[in-house]
Each structure stands twice: as structure tokens, then as C-alpha cells.
Design a binder for this molecule. Structure first.
Ligand code: HEM
Length: 407
């Protein structure tokens, strides 16, 4: 077997992620969920699927979602935690983002109840374990079986009713009884409307919807916890910045971007070469060879992010035209659909418009405004079910602090 080629540094990693001769190869371990979903497709099939789905993610969607939908979702999700005075941060992150995932994927919540949300969170967490099976430390066959069971239960409880409602709407639109604009703006509707043209069967549509459920929640929940941790650590040594976090949105967003740079969802992206070729830096890649793209080394490049690139510093100067979060949302062929929604767009040219700070900054703003702080009695615990350096549990106290439990 030929040895894998490792590609490090920002510019080479960027080039590799944009190269059509490199085929996605990190998400093939759990076919029951990931077979021919957007992230594992390649070539024309990927381009066609991406083109029809991308229409949903026009920039006005991120703005609309942040302004119109998110505040109510956040307030509703936060209420029981405020009442109890505590929360587990990764669990909260999943719970609050599950509504975003469901809206995007096209899953109706008929009851809008806490137990319904809990069921969706449980299914989606299992889908995430399937999607990231490559890095799992558990018995992979056991995880595959759990994912298959979760998928069937999700299908019955949520997918079938959501699909039936959309099929009925699409039939009425086709018959001229309803206007085109009555079609819901979500992945499930787009796939049903294009199923013949894209040659999609029911199982394929179910997998794509389940994939979007996890894509919209999993990385954001992990990113939220990393970012909270970084901010708390920063404030211990830079107390002068604490007040700014709740009053200066642009500064908070810089903290989020800085944390995203240091904590990509996966430190590496894997690809397989469809033909031999050579990168601009001289690295030769043989046909069929495995390529490991080192996103972490790209995000830590001192020439772009400074000599202290390995540490969290929201005041850092970043090289011109380099995104402050580095390659954390990928780039090129598989660029993340959720980049603007999660990370925000910042200030537009129109100074009269409020800056778009993204769901992560909005969540942190709200948590900090409610005095969220680490629970001194319950230290955070790393997630041991994955090789990815994530937090499994991060207990917080929330609400007016007692004098001595604020770090
Ligand atoms: C902090 C949050 C997030 C991070 C760090 C993140 C990261 C990534 C990365 C690195 C990729 C590319 C993987 C590769 O090239 O191998 C990706 C793809 C993707 N992400 Fe995200 N993501 C986040 C949030 C979201 C959200 C909120 C959505 C909402 C829908 C989303 C949807 C997707 C989709 C659909 C793809 C596949 C694109 C394709 O294959 O063409 N992500 N994400």
C-alpha cells in the first residue's frame, strides 16, 4: 500500500481542497447514513446536488434566520435552563441548533414540545456518531447498528409525516391550486421536487435529510463549547475584555472566529486521488493515493496568523484576504453550507444595517448576558467516544452569580 501524502500549510491545503482530482474519503465508514449524501458525492453528481440545495442558502437566508427566527428559538430553548440555573453546554448547543437543522432539512415539529425536541436531539446525536465514525473510539459495527435503528425510528416519527405534507403541497402547486412560492424552503422539498431529474429514491432522500440534521447541529454545538471555554480562559488573564464581550458584537465575533480557527471540526480532511498530479509546492500525488489535508497546520501558519498562532488571541492581526477562521469551514468543492449562518457575515457595506454576527456569537452573547459560568463543583469532561478533541460535557451555572463562583 502506498503511504498517505500529508499536505500542510494554508496555501497547499487550500489548493488541495479546491482540486477536482481529489475525492472525499473520510465519511465512507457509515454507508447506512452517508452513502451518496452531499458530503460523499463527487464530480457531476456532487455538482448537481449542490446546485439545487445551495439555492436555499442565499445570503438573505442567513440574515432572515438570524433576525426573524433565531431570537424566539433561543429564548424558548433557554427558558428551562434559566429556571433551573444550570446547563450542560454541548447538550444546550445541540438543543438550540436542532431547530435550525430541522428548518433547513425540512422536518416538521408537530407538537413543538420538549419531548419532541429531545427525540430529535437523540436521533441527530446518533447520526453525528455515524457521520464521524472514522474518528470513533467505539466498536464501529455497534455504532452502525445504532445509527440504522435511529434512522428507522426517525423515519417513522418525523420523516414520513414531513414528506407527506410536502408531497401534498407540491401536488397542489403542480395542479395550479397553489403558487410556486407556497413550497417550503427546505432540503426535503427541494429533493422531492427534483427527485426524477436527480434520480433520487426514498432511502436516498431520507439519508440526505438525516445528514443535514446532523450537519446543522453537531459542529456548531462543539464549536460553541470550545469558544465558551476559550473566552473564559482569556478573561482570566485579560479581565479588561470581559465587559466588551457583552457590549461589542464585533469583538465577540472576533473571539468566535479565533476559537473556530483553533478548533476545526476535524483537524484533517481526507481525500483519494483519481489521477496522478503535482501541487504548486512540488508535492507529488500518485493515482489512487490517500491525501491527508492538514487543516490544523493551515490554521496555525505563523506567516498568516502571527508567531503566537497556536494561542487564542482575539486581538491578533491576520494577513490580508485570509479568513480569520482559517480553513475551519473547508473551501472549494465541499465548502460548508453553514459558514455564514454559524460564523456570521460581519458588517455589510450598508452601515445602516446591523452587523450579522452568526448563530455562535448570538448564543454566546445571550449566555454571557445571563452570567453563564463554569460550575465550580463539576469540571468539564472530554468526549472519549471520539478521537476528535471535543468536550463531552461542560456543566455551567447560569443566572445571577453568587459573588465567589465567577472566574
Ligand atoms: C461551526 C460550525 C460548522 C463547522 C466548523 C463546519 C465545518 C464544515 C467543514 C470543514 C466542511 C467540509 C468538509 C470537507 O471538505 O471534507 C463542511 C461541510 C458541510 N457543512 Fe458544515 N460546518 C459547520 C456548520 C454547519 C451548519 C450550521 C450547516 C447547516 C446546514 C452545515 C452544513 C454543511 C454541509 C451541507 C456540508 C457539505 C458540503 C458539500 O459536501 O458540498 N455546516 N462543514
Amino acid at each position: 500500500m502506498t503511504e498517505a501524502t500529508r499536505i500542510g500549510g494554508y496555501h497547499s491545503a487550500h489548493e488541495a481542497l479546491c482540486d477536482h482530482r481529489l475525492i472525499q474519503s473520510m465519511y465512507n465508514e457509515c454507508d447506512v447514513l452517508m452513502d451518496r449524501v452531499l458530503l460523499t458525492l463527487h464530480g457531476e453528481a456532487h455538482a448537481h446536488r449542490r446546485a439545487i440545495e445551495w439555492r436555499l442558502f442565499r445570503r438573505d437566508f442567513a440574515r432572515y434566520y438570524e433576525r426573524e427566527v433565531y431570537p424566539a428559538t433561543l429564548a424558548q430553548t433557554l427558558a428551562p435552563y434559566l429556571a433551573s440555573g444550570r446547563m450542560d453546554l454541548p447538550e444546550f448547543g445541540f438543543r438550540v441548533n436542532i431547530n435550525l437543522s430541522s428548518d433547513i432539512a425540512g422536518i416538521d415539529r408537530a407538537e413543538d414540545s420538549e419531548s419532541e425536541t429531545s427525540a430529535l436531539v437523540a436521533y441527530t446525536r446518533k447520526f453525528s456518531e455515524g457521520a464521524t465514525l472514522f474518528h470513533s473510539t467505539r466498536d464501529k459495527d455497534v455504532v452502525r447498528e445504532e445509527v440504522a435503528n435511529a434512522l428507522q425510528a426517525f423515519k417513522q416519527q418525523f420523516f414520513e409525516p414531513s414528506k407527506a405534507r410536502r408531497e401534498s403541497l407540491l401536488r397542489r402547486i403542480a395542479a395550479g391550486e397553489l403558487a410556486e412560492e407556497s413550497a417550503p424552503r427546505d432540503i426535503l422539498s427541494v429533493l422531492l421536487a427534483n427527485r426524477d431529474e436527480q434520480d433520487l429514491d426514498d432511502d436516498m432522500i431520507l439519508r440526505e435529510v438525516a445528514f443535514f440534521m446532523q450537519a446543522g447541529s453537531h459542529s456548531s454545538a462543539n464549536a460553541l463549547t470550545h469558544c465558551f471555554h476559550e473566552i473564559i480562559q482569556w478573561c482570566l488573564t485579560h479581565p479588561e475584555d470581559r465587559a466588551r464581550l457583552t457590549t461589542d458584537d464585533a469583538f465577540l465575533q472576533r473571539c468566535v472566529h479565533e476559537s473556530l480557527r483553533l478548533h476545526p471540526a476535524s483537524a484533517v480532511a481526507w481525500r483519494t486521488a483519481s489521477e496522478p498530479f503535482t501541487l504548486a509546492d512540488g508535492t507529488h500525488i500518485p493515482a489512487g493515493g490517500t491525501v491527508i489535508i492538514d487543516l490544523m497546520s493551515a490554521n496555525l501558519e505563523p506567516e498568516l496568523f502571527g508567531e503566537d498562532a497556536t494561542s487564542f488571541n482575539p486581538h491578533r492581526e491576520i494577513a490580508h484576504r485570509i479568513p480569520p477562521f482559517g480553513l475551519t469551514f473547508g473551501i472549494g468543492i465541499h465548502t460548508c453550507f453553514g459558514r455564514d449562518i454559524a460564523g456570521g457575515l460581519g458588517q455589510t457595506k450598508d452601515a445602516a444595517q446591523a452587523p450579522h454576527i452568526g448563530t455562535l456569537s448570538n448564543l454566546l452573547k445571550s449566555l454571557l448576558a445571563h452570567h453563564a459560568r463554569p460550575d465550580p463543583e463539576a469540571p468539564p469532561i472530554a468526549d472519549t467516544a471520539t478521537e476528535r478533541p471535543n468536550w463531552g460535557s461542560y456543566p455551567l451555572l447560569i443566572g445571577a452569580p453568587a459573588k465567589d463562583d465567577y472566574p
